[in-house]
Design a protein around this ligand. Structure first.
Ligand SMILES: O=C(O)[C@H](O)[C@@H](O)[C@H](O)[C@H](O)COP(=O)(O)O
Length: 285
């Protein structure tokens, strides 16, 4: 468990009326994040995890069209929040899923969609070290050099029914990582065992906005455990723009400290919209 005793961390809890509404709301949040980034910088950087997350991105291109906003895909840089150490053509590949559900249909230059170095697959440590140097640090430097404070603009994360996020699993030694921004894991309890992942230092220091997404009853116990008082969240309802958070209930919640699960250790960067949890009613009721 992380004991970050000096700080109270808040999140915006956005409860979509149904799983089907998550894609719409997520698309609107990404449009906002992209717009904000491209006002301040010449590039938009977004980290995406695997699991069900890529399926929530299918509506994004249409959402840009409906909003009559040019996504400027040529300015997008997509990195992986975690990846299984397999070739991108393998059915377990997160990059493969992101391509299938999102990037294959849009004009992001392939050189700006950053997979792992498949020539290094014999050593997950080497894959992680290479991803840290050649992708993560490269993009942070690129942000710094484009009139920006050197943060990844947005990270889209899932969370498992065991409370993991990225490939950061409960009670695993990687939760104590202090320095590396990307690390390898050889014993992931969720198959396949060999993976690389963004670390807590990266997620908590170098992301301007984190959006967790999850749906369904299997996530309920995690939501109840990660926040101090979800039942009372309705009392903390916040005003919101219904054209963005369509039909959602929105409240401010406080993360439990110490955090009971890895996903609860991701507390974001600090301002109002830096940590959003977007879930459906089934995950919350
Ligand atoms: O590579 C992975 O396994 C994922 O990145 C993982 O961290 C995922 O996001 C969660 O397991 C939630 O997955 P679901 O959304 O499918 O429950």
């Amino acid at each position: 468990m992380e004991n970050d005793s000096n700080n109270i961390h808040q999140a915006k809890l956005v409860i979509a009326p149904a799983k089907s509404a998550i894609s719409t709301i997520l698309s609107n949040l990404i449009i906002q994040s992209c717009h904000r980034a491209l006002q301040q910088s010449t590039i938009f950087t977004i980290a995406i995890s695997g699991g069900s997350l890529p399926t929530f991105l299918q509506e994004l291109p249409d959402a840009f069209s409906k909003a009559n906003i040019d996504p400027q895909w040529d300015k997008w840089h997509v990195l992986l929040a975690d990846e299984r150490c397999v070739p991108s053509s393998h059915e377990d590949s997160n990059l493969g899923a992101i391509r299938t559900h999102f990037t294959n249909g849009v004009g992001i230059p392939p050189s700006q969609i950053y997979g792992i170095d498949e020539t290094l697959l014999g050593s997950s440590d080497d894959v992680a070290a290479s991803y840290q140097e050649n992708v993560v640090k490269y993009l942070l430097d690129k942000k710094k050099s484009t009139d920006d404070d050197g943060k990844i603009d947005c990270a889209l994360l899932g969370f498992g029914p065991d409370g993991h996020t990225c490939s950061l699993f409960p009670n695993h030694k990687l939760l104590s990582e202090q320095n590396r921004l990307v690390a390898s894991i050889a014993d992931s309890p969720k198959p396949p065992p060999s993976r690389i992942t963004l670390t807590l230092p990266f997620l908590n220091k170098y992301c301007r906005q984190i959006i967790f997404c999850g749906a369904g009853e299997s996530k309920r116990q995690i939501i109840q455990a990660v926040f101090t008082d979800v039942e009372k969240a309705n009392n903390n309802a916040v005003k919101h723009d219904d054209s963005v958070l369509v039909g959602a209930k929105v409240s401010l919640v406080v993360l439990c400290n110490p955090a009971p699960y890895p996903c609860g250790m991701v507390h974001g960067y600090g301002d109002d919209d830096s940590l959003i949890w977007l879930v459906d009613e089934d995950a919350c009721s």
